[in-house]
Design a binder for this molecule. Structure first.
Ligand SMILES: Cc1ncc(C[n+]2csc(CCOP(=O)(O)OP(=O)(O)O)c2C)c(N)n1
Ligand SMILES: [Mg+2]
Length: 610
């Protein structure tokens, strides 16, 4: 059989290094699935013993999940993530996952089917204007193919652009085109002759600019560092720089795994989900060094003008965006920090460093105390993550969903060196934890993978994606894959936002969600289910799950009345909360006394919550 357009595309993706594609079929994209099938059999036939030579297709339950998995693949491996879907609804389902990749600067390629070329423009079934639809999310490169000789450069440009610009790209393939014989571009006017290959350049600022940064950093007496996803591969360099500068380091959510939390000067997460020492670090520093972070909330950074700033980012458009920096360095974090290191002076006065360490030590004690407070007839959710921290293997991959669990993930999960952690950061979408955890497992099957999820997010789509786990887990080299669900029958994060940010009582119609026996669902589909309704059993539940011979769902009956409060409650928030009390809240009896103490205590002088 002659090579089809789809056969060519699959081979070209393979030549680009693609080894896994997440997706879902449909008649708009069947030509590509036929080619993937042929390619797999051909590879099996040619195989020299290395089963990794082909392209593995992973079938998901919903195309949005395929896009989340592609984004997570890129996050965990640094490679291109690829997802594929049929025309119309398949393509439109991809969108949220693609936005997740785009917001977090991940290279992802989406391949979508389309109706036959002759039908286009005819209000045909499942015909959407996909180029327009993808134009925003995949604006870096989106193109619909119309003739066979075009697809070579479409694949090459889509992949190279995604990798080089760390953006989402998309190729739209009409279904009749997919099965046509492939034609190489002829040697004539109006043809393109593209090639495969991309190597990231070494990006280091000029010596003059490095020197400017050094001058600012050497002059600082109280240096704060903020690291984000761009510092994940720069652990040693960040440690070395922080040691020289006697700095404290806060971590943006996507940079959680950049530094282990056993370093006493690592203040942990920053922002609404952050820690008190990170807040203090930023409020009291005189110099800020920001490395590879797009952390969005300026109010958690130093007050404008209060600190001198140096920023390092691989993307110039992220520089001086949240804080007006004095020195803006475009560069790779590892290379740039290595270039700075020999020029930095070792600060002799370590008083600031000791202050930061004291704050942090104090904070960990606060967290421990908070985690051990009793829940109201249910498990205090902070305890769940606290217990995980005590026993988490150093090679674990941890993902979190958006919801109250992101607070406990951000604050209570102690990162060990070697761990990988991620979530939907910029988009903060619900429903990402399980697909992220699946992609993490496929990328690193020998590592334990743990997803932290709320019950709302579970019901939204994570639950269905457990079926994907049940479909594939027996192929994994190591079965340890654990999803912990906080069953609090509430969209709790938002319930608390309504109370504290808006001053509204809980709106039960929008906030209450039904209880579902998640652990029993797990058992029904061949996984292990564990149910915990007593905080004292939490440690044993983790031990059991980490030793299990199959993936596990731990369902925790979690207390919705433990507030995921910001580290520093403002007067406005305390006032809003006080209004809530006056308006009457359905949970008033349970919640409010303890929270009122914490919220109001945090803003009244002499009443710091310790
Ligand atoms: C797709 C999407 N829809 C809505 C939101 C807004 N949102 C953020 S957290 C949250 C509640 C999550 O509830 P649940 O998963 O039960 O976790 P909990 O906070 O109760 O622990 C909502 C609705 C969002 N981030 N993403
Ligand atoms: Mg919930």
């Amino acid at each position: 059989m002659a090579q089809t357009v789809s056969d060519f595309i699959v081979e070209r993706l393979h030549a680009w290094g693609v080894r896994r594609i997440y997706g879902y079929p449909g008649d708009g994209i069947n030509g590509m699935f036929g080619a993937l099938n042929r390619f797999q059999s051909k590879q099996k036939h040619d195989r020299t013993g290395d089963s990794d030579q082909g392209i593995q297709f992973i079938q998901v339950r919903h195309e949005e999940m395929a896009a989340f998995m592609a984004a997570a693949h890129a996050k965990f491996t640094g490679e291109l993530g690829v997802c594929i879907a049929t025309s119309g609804p398949g393509a439109s389902h991809l969108i949220t996952g693609l936005y997740d990749a785009r917001m977090d600067h991940m290279p992802v390629l989406a391949i979508a089917g389309q109706q036959a070329r002759a039908a286009l423009g005819g209000h045909y079934q499942q015909e959407l204007d996909l180029v327009s639809m993808f134009k925003d999310v995949a604006g870096a490169f989106v193109e619909q193919a119309s003739v066979p000789a075009q697809v070579r450069h479409l694949v090459d440009r889509a992949v190279r652009t995604a990798l080089a610009e760390r953006k989402v790209t998309a190729i739209v393939l009409p279904n009749d085109l997919q099965d046509l014989p492939y034609e190489a571009p002829g040697r004539k006017h109006g043809t393109l002759h593209s090639g495969v290959g991309f190597r990231a350049p070494r990006l280091v600022p000029y010596p003059d600019d490095l020197q400017q940064a050094v001058d600012v950093l050497n002059a600082g007496k109280k240096v704060a560092i903020l690291v984000g996803a761009g510092a994940l591969h720069a652990t040693d360099e960040v440690i070395a720089v922080a040691e020289k500068l006697g700095a404290g380091v806060a971590k943006a959510l996507l940079g959680k795994a950049a530094l282990p939390d056993d370093l006493r000067w690592v203040t942990g997460a920053i922002g609404l989900l952050g820690t008190k020492p990170s807040y203090d670090l930023m409020t009291e520093c005189d110099t800020l060094l920001m490395i590879g972070s797009g952390f969005p909330y300026s109010e958690f950074l130093p007050k404008e003008g209060a600190a001198r700033g140096v920023q390092i980012d691989i993307k110039a458009d992220m520089l001086s965006l949240r804080y007006p920096m004095e020195v803006n360095l475009v560069g790779d974090s590892v290379e740039t920090l290595r270039a700075l290191l020999p020029l930095l002076e070792h600060k002799q006065d370590r008083a600031w460093r000791r202050t930061v360490e004291d704050w942090t030590e104090d904070w960990w004690r606060t967290l421990e105390r908070r985690a051990h407070e009793a829940g109201n007839n249910a498990v205090n959710p902070q305890r769940t993550v606290w217990e995980l921290s005590k026993r988490i293997p150093a090679d674990s991959i941890v993902t979190s969903d958006s919801g109250s669990c992101a607070n406990w993930y951000a604050r209570d999960l102690k990162v060990r060196r070697g761990m990988m952690c991620s979530l939907s950061g910029g988009l903060a979408s619900m429903g990402a934890a399980v697909p992220y955890a699946i992609a993490g497992k496929f990328a690193f099957p020998e590592r334990p993978v743990i997803a932290l999820v709320g019950d709302g997010a579970m019901q939204m789509n994570n639950m269905a994606e457990l079926i994907t786990v049940s479909k594939y887990w027996q192929d994994w080299a190591d079965p340890r894959w654990i999803c912990m669900v906080l069953n609090n029958e509430d969209l709790n994060q938002v319930t608390w936002e309504q109370r504290v940010m808006n001053g509204d009582p809980k709106f039960e119609a929008s906030q209450n969600i039904p209880s579902v026996p998640y652990h029993r669902f797990a058992e029904l589909i061949g996984l292990k289910g564990i149910y915990v309704d007593d905080a004292e059993q939490m440690g044993a539940a983790w031990d059991e799950a980490l030793a299990a011979d199959r993936p596990v769902v731990i369902e925790v009956k979690a207390d919705p009345n433990i507030a995921p409060l910001p580290p520093h409650v403002t007067l406005a928030q305390a006032k809003a909360f006080a209004t809530t009390l006056m308006k009457g809240d359905p949970e008033q009896g349970n919640v409010i006394v303890e929270t009122a103490r914490q919220v109001l205590g945090a803003v009244l002088p002499g009443h710091r919550d310790k």
